[in-house]
Design a protein around this ligand. Structure first.
Ligand code: A2H
Length: 254
C-alpha cells in the first residue's frame, strides 16, 4: 500500500437477477423492492462504455450492507468499513451488514452496468482479485485492461471449467479509446504483442497494465460516447462527473 490515498470511482451496478444459488441464500433476508448494487472500484471511469462483465473472486466472502431504506451495497467488509468513514452510510462509523455471500454463489447473476453498450452484464469469476484492494469487485473492460482481456479470453475458452455459460462472456469487444501505434483496442494489442497466454502470466500482465494505463492516459483519444474526440486526460473527469451526477457512481478512497 502506498502512502498516497487512491481515489476510486465506485460504479453502482444494480442486480437485475440473482443466480439461483444467491436467490436461495437471500430468501427472506432483504425487504421487497430492495435494490442491491454490486460496487466495482475503478480508476478508469472513462472506459465504462465498454463494460462487458462484472468480476468477483469465487473465494472471497462478500457482505450486503444497508446504505438506505431501499439501497444495499455488495462488496468486501473492508470496503464497507472504509466507506463508513466517508459519508456513504447514514451513520458515521456504522456499516450495517444484512448478510454475506460467497463470490462463487453470485456467479451468473445479471447486473446493470451504467453507460455500457450491453446494459446488463453477467457476473463471472476472476481468481486474481485481491481482497485487500478496492471493493473486491472489478468491472471488466477488455478493450483497455489487459487483465480483463486475458480473463475474458480464458473464460470464453474454458467456460465449462469455470462453471459459466459461454454466452455470458463476449469476445465482441467495443473500441472506446484510440492510442497512436496501438489502434483502438490497446489491451488485446498488448496481450498479443507480449504473447500473454493466460491470466496467470502475472509479471507480463503487470507490465502490459502499466503500458496500457500510461499510453491510454497520455496519448489516448475517446472514440465512443458523449466525449468522442476529446483526449482521455480530459474525458476521464467528465465521464466521472456525469456518472456521479446521474447517481450511478460514488467516490471511494482508501
Ligand atoms: B480498473 P490499483 Cl479499463 N484486485 O478498472 C485486482 N484488481 C482490482 C481490484 C482488486 N481488488 N480492485 C480494482 N481492480 C482493478 C478498469 C480498468 C482498470 C481499465 C484499465 C486498467 C485498470 C476496468 N477494469 O486498472 O492497484 C480495477 O480495474 C489498472 C490500474 O488500485 C481498477 O481500475 O492501481 C484497478 O485495478 C485499481 O488498481
Amino acid at each position: 500500500e502506498g502512502v498516497v490515498a487512491q481515489e476510486y470511482t465506485g460504479i453502482k451496478c444494480r442486480v437485475e437477477k440473482w443466480s439461483e444459488k444467491a436467490q436461495q441464500d437471500l430468501f427472506g433476508k432483504l425487504p421487497d423492492g430492495a435494490n442491491v448494487y454490486m460496487i466495482p472500484a475503478t480508476l478508469r471511469p472513462e472506459t465504462m462504455y465498454g463494460q462487458s462483465n462484472l468480476f468477483v473472486s469465487p473465494n472471497i466472502v462478500y457482505g450486503i450492507f444497508k446504505v438506505s431504506d431501499d439501497a444495499y451495497f455488495f462488496m468486501t467488509d473492508k470496503a464497507a468499513r472504509n466507506m463508513a468513514f466517508q459519508d456513504i452510510f447514514p451513520k458515521w462509523g456504522e456499516f450495517p451488514r444484512v448478510t454475506s455471500l460467497k463470490g462463487s454463489d453470485v456467479i451468473g447473476s445479471l447486473v446493470n452496468a451504467p453507460l455500457s453498450r450491453q446494459g446488463n452484464v453477467y457476473v463471472v469469476p476472476m481468481e486474481t482479485i485481491k481482497e485487500t484492494k478496492g471493493t473486491g469487485v472489478v468491472t471488466s473492460v477488455p478493450s483497455d485492461s489487459p487483465d480483463d482481456y486475458a480473463m475474458t479470453v480464458e473464460l470464453n475458452k474454458k467456460a465449462e471449467f469455470y462453471g459459466i455459460k459461454p454466452e455470458w462472456v463476449s469476445l465482441d469487444i467495443l473500441p472506446i479509446i484510440e492510442t497512436p501505434g496501438y489502434g483502438d483496442l490497446i489491451a488485446p494489442a498488448l496481450v498479443k504483442r507480449m504473447k500473454i497466454n493466460s491470466p496467470k502470466d502475472a509479471k507480463q500482465l503487470a507490465e502490459a497494465k502499466e503500458q496500457a494505463y500510461k499510453l491510454g492516459f497520455y496519448q489516448g483519444k475517446m472514440i465512443h460516447g458523449e466525449f468522442t474526440g476529446k483526449p482521455v486526460q480530459e474525458a476521464k473527469g467528465l465521464v466521472r462527473q456525469s456518472l456521479l451526477d446521474s447517481g450511478d457512481a460514488i467516490v471511494y478512497c482508501e
